[in-house]
Write a protein that binds this ligand. Structure first.
Ligand SMILES: Nc1nc2c(ncn2[C@@H]2O[C@H](COP(=O)(O)OP(=O)(O)O)[C@@H](O)[C@H]2O)c(=O)[nH]1
Ligand SMILES: [Mg+2]
Length: 326
C-alpha cells in the first residue's frame, strides 16, 4: 500500500531513519538452546531419509536459514521451499533465485501453503531428485521418505497438510500454530502421496545456535520465528516501523487512520493505542495528591501492529531488500 505524495509530505520532511540501533542487544537470549536436541534426533533419523525439504520464509529468502542443516544433514538431495509467498514482495524473484543458485541451491519453489499455491510442483521435483541420486541401502525401497526441516513457524507442518490436501484429498495430519514451538518432536511418518508412495517426517523448528547478526535476528523475529516477548514487542514494533518507512510501505497510516506517516515508534504506538481504545487509567502521585492519568497501553498497541503486519494487512514486504540490492 503506497500513499500519495501529499499524505506523506509531513513525515518525509523529517526524513526516515537511515539505520536501526543494533548495539547492546543480547541476541543469544532470543534463541533458546533446547533446539540442539531436535537436531540430534533429526540426524539419527537421517538414515531413513531420501530427500530433505527445507522450508523458509519467503520474506527473508537470503538470511536466517540454519547453517547447521547443511553441515549435519548435508549430503541428501535438497529442496528449498520459500513459503508464505503471499506475504512477500517478490518483484526481485529472479535475483533471489540467482543468488540462491550461486550458493548451490538449485531447487527452489515459492509456495503459499494456506492457498496451496505451487504445492503441486514439489512431488515431481522430489521424485526427480531422488531418482537421480544415490540412495545407498535404500535403493530397493519404492517409497520415498522426506524430512521437512526449517526454522520455527515457517510453515513446515502447513506444507505437509497442504501436500496431503493436494495429493490425497485428506485433512490435517499435523498441528499448525501461529507461534514458534508447536511441533515439539520429530513425528511419525505422514503419507502425503500415493504415486509414488511418499512419506514426510515433520520436525520441530531448529534455529542456528548463533545468529549471524542482530539484524538477521530482528528479521527472523518479525517473521515470528522467536517468541516476541524474548525480543520485546516494542523493540520489534520499532524495527517494523523502521522497515516499513524505509521501504515506503505506508499502509499503516490508512490502517490505523493516522494523519500521516511517522518514524517515532512511541508516537505511533500512542496513536494506535488510542485508536484501539487500549488505554488505562493510572494513578500518579503529585505534590498536591493523586491524579488519574490516561496512559496508552504501548504493549497492546505493539502487539496489534505486529499482528496486523503478519496477517499481510500492511502489504507484502521483502525484508532482505538491502542484501538483494547490494
Ligand atoms: N500467510 C501465510 N501463512 C502461512 C503459510 N503457511 C503457514 N502459514 C501460517 O504460519 C503459521 C506457522 O505454520 P506451521 O505450519 O505451524 O509452521 P511450522 O512451525 O514451521 O510447522 C501458522 O499460523 C500458519 O497458518 C502461508 O503460505 N502463508
Ligand atoms: Mg510444525
Amino acid at each position: 500500500m503506497r500513499l500519495g505524495l501529499r499524505a506523506l509530505s509531513g513525515a518525509a520532511r523529517g526524513g526516515w531513519r537511515e539505520s536501526f540501533p543494533l548495539g547492546g542487544r543480547d541476541v543469544a537470549r532470543w534463541f533458546p538452546g533446547h533446539m540442539a536436541k531436535g537436531l540430534r534426533k533429526m540426524q539419527s533419523s537421517l538414515r531413513l531419509v531420501d530427500c530433505l525439504i527445507e522450508v523458509h520464509d519467503a520474506r527473508i529468502p537470503l538470511s536466517g536459514r540454519n547453517p547447521l542443516f547443511r553441515e549435519t544433514l548435508g549430503l541428501k538431495p535438497h529442496v528449498l521451499v520459500l513459503n508464505k509467498m503471499d506475504l512477500a514482495d517478490l518483484r526481485g524473484q529472479q535475483e533471489i533465485t540467482r543468488r540462491l543458485e550461486a550458493e548451490g541451491l538449485r531447487n527452489v519453489v515459492f509456495t503459499d501453503c494456506v492457498k496451496d499455491k505451487n504445492i503441486r510442483q514439489i512431488v515431481p521435483l522430489v521424485t526427480e531428485l531422488v531418482a537421480s541420486s544415490c540412495r545407498y541401502h535404500r535403493a530397493e525401497h519404492l517409497e520415498h521418505c522426506i524430512m521437512v526441516i526449517g526454522v520455527p513457524n515457517v510453515g513446515k507442518s502447513s506444507l505437509i497438510n497442504s501436500l496431503r490436501r493436494q495429493h490425497l484429498r485428506k485433512g490435517k495430519a499435523t498441528r499448525v500454530g501461529g507461534e514458534p514451538g508447536i511441533t515439539r518432536a520429530v513425528m511419525s511418518r505422514i503419507q502425503v502421496c500415493e504415486r509414488p508412495p511418499m512419506f514426510l517426517l515433520d520436525t520441530p523448528g531448529v534455529l542456528a545456535p548463533r545468529i549471524e547478526s542482530v539484524e538477521t535476528g530482528l528479521k527472523l523475529a518479525l517473521c515470528g520465528t522467536v517468541l516476541d516477548h524474548l525480543v520485546g514487542e516494542e523493540t520489534l514494533a520499532d524495527y517494523l516501523l523502521y522497515t516499513l518507512n524505509r521501504h515506503q510501505l505506508f499502509g499503516y497510516v490508512q490502517h490505523y487512520g493516522l494523519s500521516g506517516a511517522c518514524d517515532d515508534v512511541a508516537r505511533l504506538l500512542e496513536r494506535v493505542a488510542v485508536r484501539l481504545g487500549k488505554t488505562r487509567k493510572v494513578k500518579v502521585l503529585t505534590g498536591t495528591g493523586d491524579v488519574n492519568v490516561t496512559q496508552p497501553n504501548y504493549l497492546a498497541a505493539a502487539r496489534d501492529f505486529l499482528r496486523t503486519f503478519r496477517l499481510g494487512l500492511l502489504g507484502p514486504v521483502m525484508l532482505d531488500r538491502d542484501t538483494l540490492q547490494s
